[in-house]
Design a protein around this ligand. Structure first.
Ligand code: ADP
Ligand code: MG
Length: 447
């Protein structure tokens, strides 16, 4: 098939070394739609491990390499089990994990029920795209039509597209919803032409109430499909049926016929930008809640600080952190977060700048308290003083923003940080002893 298994496996090797071990001797084949991957592995142990421990990672990698509606199944290679001496003699009860993408009965195929508006964090970077999507889902065909969402990789386009489908379905289970990718659309056109069944094709696409097409940039690759898409588009919009498309770039930058571009431009165009720090923290918090993990604020701040362009990588780094903590039995802390970041981002260098962790360590030692106290809600005089001092020093020795500092010190508001800094500045001016102590502390940190 079109998708090279080897190249997918090498991606896995980069992102999850332990997973790679279990896939090293695997092969894969695809179903005729290119949507379901059959992974063949050498033994039942491989199958059990992959299904039980790694199905989420495998799915994520497949999704990012192929598309969001891809699914997979793992089978034991025929004639390849147990004859080799090295195979462990373990009897395994075969159990197939339900795959997250299996559509429940009566549900729209390929609609991923995990992508909802409820679990989409809204920030400045995606506020408009979110609002437009919600409006469209609440009154399909009556507000913005078509809706065109564009933005970089891993910023939530597919999530919003599925959220629209899910909400429309919840409100009206009778609605005819078709969710696809432009790549699948091209494939479908080619197949129907090949089998001489274009009438079926037209019926399939033009009888829907809501057409959701992901990654429209793929249309740049299929002239014939573009023609079909144009007609589908016209017919649906003449009937006031809702169309939503996503893309990696705005319509005007796509290499498509002007008539198609102007169709998109006639509706509403919403972009999604990379999320800011606060949104990234909020996304991590949601993820932690989802996975039932309690994660210290400074760890959230650290991950949000270092993975700043792509929500998919942010999630992957978080999952890696959770996996590391489960494998090693270590609790989730800053050290483990650094390790996780090294796995997902090999170029990460933890010694590059003075870290808040160093400042916190030295300040805590100085005041004779625990590092955790700095991020707690505790208010005794000495702890409060230590916290304010550490915030002040962080502001002066690093380029962290007030918001970032607040997050590192237990999710405090930026105004609290501001207040702390002002207070320490005032004390430095008015109290010579305090100033000397502060100079000494800063000298220690700089060393
Ligand atoms: P894109 O289609 O733009 O490449 P996706 O929609 O696949 O990106 O998003 C990548 C991952 O990040 C998904 O797991 C998605 O659920 C998550 N994600 C993206 N944006 C948000 C958000 N605003 N809130 C919560 N999760 C998000
Ligand atoms: Mg996508």
């Amino acid at each position: 098939m079109v998708f090279e298994w080897d190249s997918i496996v090498s991606k896995l090797k980069m992102s999850a070394p332990s997973l790679y071990v279990w896939l090293e001797k695997s092969t894969a084949s695809w179903d005729e739609n290119g949507n379901k991957c059959m992974i063949e592995v050498p033994s039942g142990l491989h199958k059990k491990n992959l299904n039980e421990k790694y199905s989420e990672e495998i799915l994520n990698i497949l999704k990012s390499a192929i598309n969001e509606s891809v699914s997979f199944a793992i089978e034991i290679k025929k004639g390849d089990s147990s004859q080799k001496g090295g195979e462990p003699k373990i009897t395994i009860k075969q159990q197939q994990m339900p795959l997250p993408l299996d559509a429940p009965a009566g549900h729209i195929p390929y609609l991923n029920t995990k992508f909802k508006f409820d679990n989409f964090i809204v920030g400045d970077s995606n506020r408009f795209a979110h609002a437009a999507s919600k409006a469209v889902a609440e009154a399909p065909g009556q507000t913005y039509n078509p809706l065109f969402i564009y933005g970089g990789v891993g910023l939530g386009k597919t999530h919003l597209l599925h959220a629209i489908g899910n909400l429309v379905y919840e409100k009206n289970p009778q609605a005819k919803i078709l969710i696809t990718t432009a790549e699948k659309f091209i494939f479908d056109v080619v197949q129907h032409i090949g089998s001489g069944k274009m009438a079926d094709f037209k019926e399939k696409y033009r009888s829907v109430d809501l057409l959701l097409v992901d990654d429209i940039e793929f249309l740049q690759k299929g002239i014939q499909a573009r023609e079909e898409f144009f007609h589908t588009f016209n017919d649906l919009s003449n009937l006031n049926k809702q169309i939503v498309a996503t893309s990696d770039s705005p319509p005007q930058e796509l290499n498509l016929e002007d008539r198609l571009k102007s169709r998109f431009a006639a509706g509403i165009i919403a972009d999604i930008q990379p999320p800011n720090f606060e949104t990234r923290v909020a996304i991590l918090k949601l993820k932690a809640k989802d996975m039932n993990k309690i994660v210290p604020d400074n760890v959230l701040a650290f991950l949000a600080e270092h993975v700043d362009t792509n929500i998919r990588s942010l999630s992957a780094t978080f999952s890696t952190l959770v996996a590391l903590s489960m494998q090693t039995g270590n609790e989730i802390d800053l050290d483990l977060a650094k390790q996780a970041l090294k796995v997902t981002n090999p170029s990460f260098d933890s010694n590059k700048k003075i870290g808040i962790d160093l400042i916190q360590q030295i300040v805590a030692d100085y005041y004779n308290i625990k590092v955790q106290d700095l991020s707690s809600k505790k208010r005794p005089e000495n702890i409060a003083m230590a916290r304010q001092t550490a915030m002040y020093i962080t502001r002066n020795l690093t380029d962290y923003s007030l918001v970032q500092i607040g997050q590192y010190f237990g999710g405090k508001d930026h105004t609290t940080v501001m207040h702390a800094i002002k207070k320490v500045e005032h004390m430095i001016k008015s109290d010579d002893k305090f100033k000397i102590a502060m100079d000494e502390l800063i000298a220690r940190i700089k060393k």
